[in-house]
Design a protein around this ligand. Structure first.
Ligand code: FAD
Length: 364
């Protein structure tokens, strides 16, 4: 056995290029390097400069039935808890989440698969959120859920990867691939070719442009949503509130974070206008909002597979390319980083990832 073969035993020493330094690529880089891979992370712009930088970032494990990725969602919290013990810079606000929807005459909890969520009464809702002006009769409270600062968490994961030897290349765009005998053996970038045994595409909405070059088109849409950050006073919101009126939480530095649906590109529906309308709604819904000034509002483009199910696994038709494109990427980044790195380095196929395989789009 020569040195290369020894080094590659169990996949260790495998040269893996991860494309994209959003939260998904950051988690992949961290987990891959932890398994002994020789990782290069290539990012066209800056760390978390894609949709990760404008995410509401709720670790939301609930979903209406049927849920093909229930197993993945069900492990999301546990996997973030593990990362918190491994990376001191990775901090999550485990505030719990309060969800409700309104029917004409009253309030009903959101239906769904939320094993860890409890139905709470009006008085319990007011204990959790004393500032709510119009608390519903009941709501679902998922005490174990939380939210994170997706930019800070991406940086923490990448710092963790770098500390274990990963090479991080920002301001470096992948322009194409080097292919030999129907297998990708490297990427062409703005600073030259980088050889690879495996290329992992975690490029968010940029993924399809890359797979198109390989003539393996994936149906992943750029799905817009509005992100808003307000300067406000602390202690207005204690949990995370998801109601028909608003989706809002407060960050550790006191900022109010909100997410809204994207409507269209009319002037009155530009992010700045929606931020002003949402501020009024928040004032109508919460007592004690003395100041609420929009600091930042933008449209974020979520990588949304056509069937809503993440696309995770090896590309068909061409060797050496593993794809990780998904929504909800914040919720799933920790668990997918671990499971995908086990598939790539240990050849250990994950049953939880079975519904996510890219080849489902190419079956006759
Ligand atoms: C308003 C809003 C609210 C949201 N709320 C939630 C939520 O509560 N919970 C949740 O789980 N998810 C939520 N999401 C979705 C979540 O933010 C995304 O699923 C997640 O951030 C996707 O991460 P990513 O790493 O795949 O993509 P990105 O963050 O977009 O990262 C991809 C990176 O790849 C880089 N790239 C692209 N092409 C190339 C190339 N050719 N070469 C090199 N680099 C390249 C890009 O520059 C980018 O940095 C929300 C999104 C929005 C907009």
């Amino acid at each position: 056995m020569d040195r290369t073969e020894v080094g590659m035993e169990n996949g260790r020493g495998k040269r893996v290029v991860v494309v994209g330094a959003g939260i998904v690529g950051a988690s992949l880089a961290y987990h891959l390097v932890g398994k002994g891979a020789n990782v290069t992370l290539v990012e066209a712009e800056d760390i978390a400069s894609g949709v990760t930088g404008s995410s509401f970032a709720w670790i939301n494990t609930s979903h209406p039935e049927p849920d093909p990725i229930a197993q993945l969602r069900g492990s999301a919290i546990k996997e973030y808890r593990r990362l918190e013990t491994q990376l001191s810079g990775l901090k999550i606000r485990w505030t719990g989440a309060l969800s409700y929807s309104v029917m004409s005459s009253g309030a009903l909890p959101v239906s769904g698969n939320q094993a860890s969520a409890n139905l709470v009464s009006r008085s319990q809702i007011l204990d959790l959120e004393p500032n709510l002006k119009n608390p519903p009769q009941s709501a679902l409270y998922a005490a174990e859920e939380g939210a994170l600062d997706a930019v800070a968490v991406s940086h923490a994961l990448i710092a963790g990867a770098e500390a274990c030897g990963a090479k991080i290349l920002t301001q470096t765009r992948v322009l194409g691939f080097v292919t030999q005998n129907a297998k990708v053996t490297g990427v062409k970038t703005t600073i030259g070719i980088i050889d690879a045994d495996i290329v992992v595409l975690a490029a968010g909405t940029g993924t399809t442009k890359l797979t198109d070059m390989l003539e393996v088109p994936l149906p992943i849409e750029a799905s817009p949503a509005i992100f808003i950050r307000y300067k406000s006073q602390p202690n207005l919101v204690h949990t995370l509130i998801s109601s028909p009126e608003m989706e809002v939480r407060q960050s550790s530095d006191g900022a109010l974070i909100a997410a809204e649906d994207y409507l269209d590109d009319a002037m009155e529906n530009q992010p700045a206008a929606i931020a002003l309308r949402t501020a009024k709604t928040i004032q109508n819904e919460l007592h004690g909002v003395v100041s609420i000034d929009p600091e930042w509002a933008c449209v974020g483009l979520r990588p949304m597979p056509a069937d809503g199910i993440p696309v995770i696994g090896y590309l068909p038709k061409v060797g050496g390319v593993y794809v990780c494109a998904m929504h909800p990427g914040i919720t799933l980044a920790a668990v997918v980083g671990r499971l995908a790195s086990e598939e790539i380095i240990d050849d250990k196929a994950s049953s939880a990832l079975c519904p996510c395989r890219p080849d489902r789009f190419f079956q006759a």
